[in-house]
Design a binder for this molecule. Structure first.
Ligand SMILES: O=P(O)(O)OC[C@H]1O[C@H](O)[C@H](O)[C@@H](O)[C@@H]1O
Length: 314
C-alpha cells in the first residue's frame, strides 16, 4: 500500500482508504460506507464509481484503452480546451478532438478527507482527490499546438451521497486565452429505451446529428437513435438534469457554473464504427450527459480563473 493510504486508527471512526496502484498510474478511494471511485492519471479520467453495494454507476467500454495510448472510451473524460474541433478558431484549430486534457498525464496532488461532526451511528466520511495539469508538464508536441501558460486543478470528491468533479483553470501567462470545458460523463443504465432525461424542457439545442440545426426541446428527452445535442438549459445551471429509467430516478446531475449540457448516444451504427466501443450492444447501457461550457468561449485574461463543477447522485 502506498504511503498516501489512510489506515484506520483504533478508537477513531473508520476513514476512507486511498490507494495508488497499477505502477502509480491509478488512484482509488473507498469510503467506510463502501462507495468507491477510481481515477486514471492519464486524462485524470474517472474510470469507475460504485455505490455501497458495489454497483458500477459509470459505463466503461470493454475495449477502452487504459494504457495512455488513446483517450478513454467511458467513465468521465475531461474535455479542455476545445469541445470537438474548432477549425475556425485559430488558437485551438490545431488541437485534436476534445483538446489535450483527456490525453495528458495528470499529477496526483493528494487527498483530503472529512467527516461530519454530527455523524453518530454510521460514518459519513468523504474524500477529495486532487489532480493537476499545467503547461509546464505538457509534452512538447502539445505545447507546440497550444502555447499558452495555464494550470488546472481537477478535484474528484466521493461522498456517500454522490460524486462531484470540479475543475479550476487559471491563466498563469502573459497572453489571454479562450477555452471550453466539458465533463464527458458516461452514465451506466440498463435499457436506453426506458430512459428519459428531464430538466432540458423548453431549451434550445444544437442538433449535431442533423447539420448543427438549432431546435427547441419540448418535454423530456428520449433516445430512439443516434443522439448528439448541445443544450443550454432554459432553467439555468442551478436546476438539476435528471435521468430516469422506467419511471425511477437513476441519476441527478447538478451543475455549478457549467451552463451547457451535451446529450450523446452513438446508437448501433456509430458504436459499430468505433474500434474502442465494446460490446457493440453497449450503446443500450450508456447515456452521456455532459456538463460543460462549450457553446461559446470562456476568455481568461492573465491571472483569471474559470471554475466549473458537477455533482452526480442517484
Ligand atoms: O469519440 P470522442 O472523440 O470521444 O467523442 C465522442 C462524442 O463526444 C461528444 O459527446 C460529442 O458531442 C460527439 O460529437 C462525439 O462523438
Amino acid at each position: 500500500m502506498h504511503p498516501a493510504a489512510l489506515a484506520s486508527t483504533p478508537g477513531l471512526p473508520p476513514q476512507p482508504q486511498v490507494n495508488i496502484s497499477h505502477a502509480n498510474s491509478r488512484v482509488s478511494a473507498v469510503l467506510p460506507t463502501g462507495e468507491s471511485v477510481e481515477v486514471l492519471l492519464f486524462g485524470a479520467t474517472v474510470i469507475s464509481w460504485k455505490d455501497r453495494a458495489g454497483n458500477e454507476k459509470l459505463w466503461l467500454s470493454d475495449a477502452a484503452k487504459l494504457d495512455g495510448s488513446k483517450a478513454v472510451r467511458g467513465g468521465i473524460p475531461l474535455v479542455f480546451p476545445v469541445f470537438g474541433t474548432a477549425p475556425d478558431h485559430a488558437a485551438t484549430s490545431k488541437l485534436p478532438q476534445h483538446g489535450f486534457a483527456r490525453n495528458s498525464k495528470w499529477e496526483f496532488l493528494g487527498k483530503s478527507s472529512s467527516e461530519s461532526a454530527s455523524s453518530t451511528s454510521h460514518s459519513d466520511a468523504s474524500v477529495k482527490l486532487d489532480f493537476g495539469l499545467s503547461s509546464a508538464t505538457l509534452d512538447e508536441k502539445t505545447k507546440g499546438l497550444w502555447p499558452y501558460t495555464f494550470s488546472a486543478i481537477y478535484s474528484v470528491t466521493l461522498t456517500p451521497e454522490g460524486l462531484s468533479t470540479g475543475i479550476v483553470i487559471t491563466n498563469d501567462g502573459k497572453e489571454p486565452f479562450d477555452c471550453q470545458v466539458l465533463l464527458h460523463t458516461y452514465l451506466r443504465i440498463n435499457d436506453i429505451t426506458k430512459v428519459k432525461i428531464t430538466g432540458l424542457e423548453d431549451s434550445k439545442y444544437i442538433d449535431k446529428v442533423v447539420g448543427a440545426q438549432t431546435k427547441s426541446q419540448s418535454g423530456a428527452v428520449t433516445i430512439t437513435g443516434e443522439t448528439d445535442r448541445v443544450y443550454t438549459p432554459a432553467k439555468g445551471p442551478s436546476s438539476p438534469v435528471v435521468v430516469t429509467e422506467g419511471g425511477s430516478n437513476a441519476f441527478s446531475i447538478m451543475r455549478d457554473n457549467l451552463k451547457d449540457v451535451v446529450v450523446w448516444n452513438p446508437w448501433a451504427e456509430k458504436a459499430a464504427g468505433m474500434g474502442d466501443f465494446e460490446p457493440k450492444s453497449g450503446f443500450k447501457n450508456m447515456i452521456c450527459v455532459e456538463a460543460g461550457s462549450v457553446r461559446s468561449w470562456t476568455s481568461l485574461e492573465t491571472g483569471d480563473a474559470f471554475e466549473g463543477a458537477q455533482t452526480l447522485s442517484y
